[in-house]
Design a protein around this ligand. Structure first.
Ligand code: ADP
Ligand code: MG
Length: 264
C-alpha cells in the first residue's frame, strides 16, 4: 500500500518559509500599529494646541478686552453723573446713554464668546463643575430642563479627557437647542471598569442617525462628525440612536487610560 509521509526534507523549507512569512506579517502589523499610535498622538497634540489657543484667546477676551470695556462703562457712567441735568444738551445725554448701552451689550457678548471658546471654570474648578455650569446655562437660556447625573470618580480623567467629555456635552447640547425641539435632556457621565461613558438624551423630534452623521461633513472639525473623530483619537466610539419623534441620543465611550504601550 502506498502511503504518503512527509519527510523532513520536504516540510523543513516549507515550515521555514511559513515562519518567515508569519514573522513578516507580525512586523507589518506592528509597524501599522506603531504608525496608527503615532498618528493618534500627533492628532491629539494638534487638538491640544487648538484647545490651548482657545484658552489663551478666551482669557484675553475676558481679562483684556472685557476689562477695558468695563472701564469704558465706568467712565461713561461717571460722565453721565457729572453732567448737570438743567444745563445738559438732551441729545448729548442721549448719545452718552446709548454709548453706555452699546458698551454693556458688547461686554455681555465678549463674555459669552469667551466662555464658548473655553470656559474658565473647566480649568479652575474641573469637569464636574463645568458640566453643572453647562447644564445650568442651557436650562436658563434655552428653556430646556437639563438633568445631569455623574457616577464614579471624575478625578480619574486626565485633562485631555475632561476637555473631550466637555466638548461632546457642549456640542450635543448645542444640537438639542438647535435641532431637537425638546423639553428635557438627560446628560449622564459614568466612569466604571476603566471606561468612561457620556450620553446626552433628549425627548425631541429625533431623526435618522445615519443621515445626521452624513450631514455632519467628514472634514468638519465641529459638529457630530468632529466629536466622533475626537472620541476615536482616544480609542473610543460615538453612537447616535434615534427614532423619529422619539428623541435623539448621543453616546460616547472611551477608555479612561491609554492602553499599555507594547515593547516591540
Ligand atoms: N438632538 C438632535 N435632534 C434632532 N436632530 C439632530 C440632533 N442633533 C443633531 N441632529 C441632526 O444631525 C445633523 C448634524 O449635526 P451636526 O453635525 O452637529 O451639524 P449642525 O448642528 O451644524 O447642523 C443636524 O443637522 C441635525 O439634522
Ligand atoms: Mg451641531
Amino acid at each position: 500500500m502506498a502511503m504518503h509521509t512527509d519527510t523532513p526534507m520536504e516540510t523543513g523549507p516549507l515550515r521555514e518559509q511559513l515562519e518567515s512569512l508569519l514573522h513578516e506579517h507580525r512586523t507589518l502589523i506592528d509597524q501599522l500599529q506603531h504608525g496608527q499610535d503615532h498618528f493618534r498622538q500627533l492628532a491629539r497634540s494638534v487638538w491640544r494646541v487648538q484647545e490651548d489657543e482657545r484658552r489663551r484667546i478666551a482669557h484675553e477676551l475676558h481679562d483684556g478686552v472685557g476689562h477695558n470695556i468695563t472701564a469704558l462703562i465706568h467712565l461713561l457712567t461717571e460722565s453721565l453723573a457729572a453732567l448737570p441735568p438743567e444745563s445738559t444738551d438732551v441729545r448729548a445725554l442721549e448719545r452718552l446713554r446709548h454709548a453706555k448701552a452699546i458698551a454693556e451689550s458688547t461686554l455681555q457678548d465678549t463674555r459669552s464668546l469667551s466662555r464658548l471658546l473655553r470656559p474658565q471654570i473647566l480649568d479652575d474648578l474641573g469637569l464636574e463643575q463645568a458640566l453643572r455650569w453647562l447644564a445650568r446655562t442651557f436650562t436658563e437660556t434655552h428653556d430646556l430642563d437639563v438633568e445631569l447625573s455623574i457616577e464614579g470618580d471624575v478625578q480619574l480623567l486626565d485633562g485631555d479627557r475632561c476637555t473631550l467629555v466637555f466638548r461632546v456635552a457642549q456640542e450635543s447640547l448645542a444640537n438639542v437647542a438647535r435641532h431637537a425641539q425638546a423639553q428635557r435632556v438627560d446628560v449622564e457621565l459614568k466612569l466604571r471598569d476603566g471606561l468612561a461613558t457620556l450620553s446626552v438624551r433628549d425627548d425631541g423630534r429625533g431623526g435618522d442617525p445615519a443621515t445626521a452623521l452624513a450631514r455632519s461633513g467628514a472634514s468638519e472639525s465641529s459638529g457630530l462628525g468632529g466629536i466622533r473623530d475626537r472620541v476615536r483619537l482616544f480609542g473610543g466610539r460615538l453612537h447616535v440612536d434615534s427614532a423619529a419623534g422619539n428623541g435623539f441620543c448621543v453616546t460616547a465611550h472611551f477608555p479612561i487610560n491609554d492602553p499599555e504601550r507594547r515593547t516591540p
